[in-house]
Design a binder for this molecule. Structure first.
Ligand code: BDR
Ligand code: CA
Length: 315
């Protein structure tokens, strides 16, 4: 089985990504590293631990990540993030706190150790800013040759969601994202190009509520909040984007998307800061990254719903 590490700023769709990973028999979730973005890094840890407990995975370790972007000295949650994900990051849905704490090993050291232990079997799935991964590559440059990355972030063929050019995860730490994409690490970008085509609606959450389980109620409450927020921020879209779960989906089954091989970089200056774009300096170099540009949304949604619903039925 494939080993997965998720790097999460949990976050409603990050929590749904945990559920999808746990419900996927092809993959073993060997750990979660935490990052900031939708919430503070310590709140991401609190949410990850509580969601793991609720979903019957209290054995999955959570490793503390870096609290802010490489080039900054602090981080504050944006108003828009608090609006979309709720004050607690989970749509203000009620959740029993976990008695567990994060591990003593840092996210950076865990990523490096796990890549040495599992080599090609490991897929690292960041669904927040790329700060932890950039710091790991800095500490261990050999990591770029060992690691396979499937990341949620960026926008290549559509506009951004925090500016016309920039997507939220990349915009939090453009320097980190640029360093990752230019490092030569094998990276698959699952950006807004595809994640805004995989939408969840009240029709779907109703199925979770009908389970009558604690997990079903929690997933439905949290996701209904997210759908309501999307009705305000993206009226007419018709649901909420399954951004982070789709990255897990692609990590488990790459055939869900069509990929464009392209060496990517990130604009760091001017109004387009945070934009993911083809790297003109590496046009004829071997391609180490690829961008998902089309998705079999129907197949993904069917898989997502059947896996997450089966998991929530027993909890
Ligand atoms: C990304 O930003 C966050 O709000 C979501 O969790 C997702 O990872 C979408 O742009
Ligand atoms: Ca996220």
């Amino acid at each position: 089985t494939r080993k997965l590490i998720l790097d999460l700023d949990t976050g409603i769709d990050d929590a749904l990504a945990i559920a999808y990973a746990l419900g996927s028999p092809e993959a073993e979730l060997i750990g979660i590293t935490t990052t900031y973005g939708n919430v503070l890094v310590e709140d991401s840890a609190r949410n990850c631990l509580a969601v793991l407990d609720l979903l019957g995975a209290p054995h999955v370790p959570v490793y503390p990540g870096l609290p802010h972007a490489l080039a900054r000295d602090g981080f504050e949650v944006l108003e828009i993030s608090a609006f979309i994900h709720g004050r607690n990051g989970l749509g203000d849905a009620a959740l029993t706190p976990s008695p567990r704490a994060v591990e003593g090993t840092s996210a950076v050291d865990f990523i490096i150790e796990a890549s040495r232990a599992h080599g090609e079997d490991l897929v690292y799935v960041p669904t927040g800013p790329l700060t932890n991964l950039a710091a790991s590559l800095k500490k261990d440059p050999g990591l770029a040759e060992r690691l396979t990355v499937v990341l949620m972030g960026g926008a290549l063929t559509v506009s951004g969601n925090v500016s016309p050019w920039s997507e939220a995860n990349i915009s939090q730490d453009p320097e980190a994202a640029d360093a990752v994409l230019r490092s030569g690490v094998s990276a698959t970008m699952v950006g807004l190009d595809v994640t805004l085509r995989t939408l969840l609606t009240y029709e779907h959450t109703r199925r979770w509520r009908e389970l009558g389980t604690a997990a079903g109620d929690f997933l439905a409450d949290m996701t209904d909040y997210y759908i309501r927020a999307y009705e305000t921020t993206a009226p007419g879209l018709g649901g909420c984007g399954l951004h982070d779960p789709l990255a897990v989906g692609v990590a488990v089954d790459p055939s869900l998307v069509t990929m464009l091989p392209i060496n990517l970089a990130v604009d760091l200056e001017g109004p387009t800061r945070g934009r993911t774009i083809g790297d003109v300096e590496r046009l004829s170099a071997p391609r180490t990254s690829r961008a998902a540009v089309a998705v079999d949304a129907e197949r993904f949604l069917t898989e997502f719903m059947s896996r997450v619903t089966a998991l929530a039925r027993t909890r």
